[in-house]
Design a protein around this ligand. Structure first.
Ligand code: CO8
Length: 258
């Protein structure tokens, strides 16, 4: 792949978008490669993914404006559909995905980060949905996910105003969970990933599914789904071991994902 690198550290997978000449902007090749990279992740081994951008300036500075400028209405819609499909794949990826936002996360970059489970960022990060200033709407899920994460009022202000916000403000409104000096961002992302990877994978994956799917269901259906996922954890090796270790006042053995 030309624009995506994938490395692993134990049970952590690290995907890096690397198109430095355009501040990691998403053209169709980057989106295709990201989709393929997700398909290639070995889910038997990997328990958490980290997604970041190459360099010290940008996570992703948006969808590629040069590629979009001449699109017809039908092509614009198809481009939105493509982005939504890839981002949805990320959002519903079986294991948690941490966005380590290392600079500009604008337009499609902000939307990409919002498709991840958890966002942390560096002090130089800048978030925003500048699309209305370019004559389009946010088209990779931004009109839907931003409001769900930061609330309707703030989302509308950011989108209608094509505003940009700095890391501290993004943290204050709940768009990111933590802010770090740039050099501490990846170590922090890996610490968080290791902490998650240390817990029972079936329980973590089921929790992700329950939270994500329950958010859009009515409460009764959501709780029914939770009951099924909760029940599904029992009789697993990791449930027996986790509870037995507690009762025997010892540390649990390494969870086996079974
Ligand atoms: N697309 C294409 N190229 C880009 C993009 C982009 N989004 N962002 C930066 N670049 C390129 C620049 O053109 C420049 O290239 P070159 O060196 O060849 O001139 C290079 O990256 C470096 O950028 P700058 O020189 O502009 O760097 P600065 O530090 O001066 O500025 C900024 C950094 C502020 C990030 C600035 O580059 C910028 O404003 N970029 C555009 C940000 C933006 O508007 N993003 C939103 C794009 S629209 C979008 O994402 C829609 C998503 C949904 C699509 C749905 C379709 C239906």
């Amino acid at each position: 792949m030309e624009f995506i690198t994938y490395e692993t550290e134990g049970e952590i997978g690290i995907l890096t978008i690397n198109r430095a000449e355009a501040l990691n902007a998403l053209n169709s090749q980057v989106l295709n490669e990201l989709e393929r990279a997700l398909e290639d992740v070995d889910l038997k081994k990997i328990r958490v993914l980290i997604l970041t951008g190459a360099g010290e300036k940008a996570f992703v500075a948006g969808a590629d404006i040069g590629e979009m400028r001449g699109l017809t209405k039908a092509e614009g819609e198809a481009w939105g559909r493509k982005g939504n499909a890839v981002f949805r794949k990320l959002e519903t990826f079986p294991v948690p995905v941490i966005a380590a936002v290392n600079g500009f996360a604008l337009g499609g970059g902000c939307e990409l980060s919002m498709s991840c489970d958890i966002r942390i960022c560096s002090e130089n990060a800048v978030f925003g949905q500048p699309e209305t200033g370019l004559g389009i709407t946010p088209g990779f899920g931004g009109t839907q996910r931003l409001a769900r994460i930061v609330g309707i009022g703030r989302a509308k202000e950011l989108i209608y105003g094509a505003g940009k916000i700095k890391a501290e403000e993004a943290c204050r409104i709940g768009l990111v969970n933590h802010v770090y000096p740039l050099e501490e961002l990846m170590p922090a992302a890996k610490r968080l990933a290791r902490a998650i990877a240390g817990n029972a994978p079936i329980a973590v994956r089921s929790s992700k599914k329950a939270i994500n799917e329950g958010l859009w269901a009515d409460m009764d259906q959501a709780l029914e789904m939770e009951e099924k996922l909760f029940g599904g954890c029992f009789e697993t090796h990791d449930q027996r071991e986790g509870m037995t270790a507690f009762l025997e006042k010892r540390k649990a053995d390494v969870f086996r994902n079974q």
